[in-house]
Design a protein around this ligand. Structure first.
Ligand SMILES: Nc1c(NC[C@H](O)[C@H](O)[C@H](O)CO)[nH]c(=O)[nH]c1=O
Ligand SMILES: CC(=O)[C@@H](O)COP(=O)(O)O
Length: 172
């Protein structure tokens, strides 16, 4: 559903778990810093709203969105978080460079999630224009960083349950 039809910041908080025991890693791209910083703020505020403690949120910055998967893998090995949130914004230019970045990062994060069993969250905007990015970084369509945090909270709960349950999550 397009962001224009479903605000990125609205969610049913009745099924959001308590985050007080969870550990998070957040990787933030420097490119389009005005956008990625707004996404990061929305993400951080949402995690803390649901109980996440500051000392259990590990944050690193990388040059661009293309670096998110590699940095996510590094910080996952270093801090052993329950979930890794990757934040970036790739604005379309004159060439197809944005498509190569976006496709590589999306596939890279999926591959990491499946290969490691640890959730890597795709908190990346892929707009055609800067205005579309602003609209999704706290503007009229909400904040993608809030959506990424809500996704992270629910996936961290699943990850922690898998880590503690004897039978796994039921998919073998
Ligand atoms: N044009 C954007 C980039 N480009 C840089 C790449 O992400 C990468 O850092 C470079 O290719 C070196 O590996 N990055 C963004 O995050 N957003 C853009 O709009
Ligand atoms: C998505 C990008 O890397 C962007 O800066 C590339 O712009 P262009 O396609 O005009 O070279």
């Amino acid at each position: 559903m397009a962001s224009a039809l479903k605000n990125l910041s609205t969610y049913d908080d009745s099924n959001i778990p308590d985050a007080s025991e969870m550990t998070f890693a957040i990787v933030v791209a420097d490119w389009n810093r005005d956008i990625t910083h707004a996404l990061y703020e929305g993400c951080l505020e949402t995690l803390q709203k649901h109980g996440a403690s500051e000392e259990k949120i590990h944050v690193v910055q990388v040059p661009g969105t293309f670096e998110l998967p590699a940095a996510g893998r590094i910080i996952a090995g270093r801090e052993n978080p329950d979930v890794v949130i990757c934040i970036g914004c790739v604005i379309k230019g004159e060439t197809q460079h944005d498509e190569y970045i976006n496709n590589a990062v999306a596939q890279g994060l999926v591959n990491l999630s499946i290969a490691t069993g640890r959730p890597f969250i795709f908190g990346v905007l892929t707009p055609n224009t800067h205005q579309q990015a602003l609209d999704r970084a706290g503007g009229k369509h909400g904040n993608k960083g809030v959506e990424a945090a809500v996704t992270a909270l629910r996936m961290a709960e699943l990850y922690r349950a898998k880590a503690t349950s004897k039978k796994g999550i039921g998919f073998g």
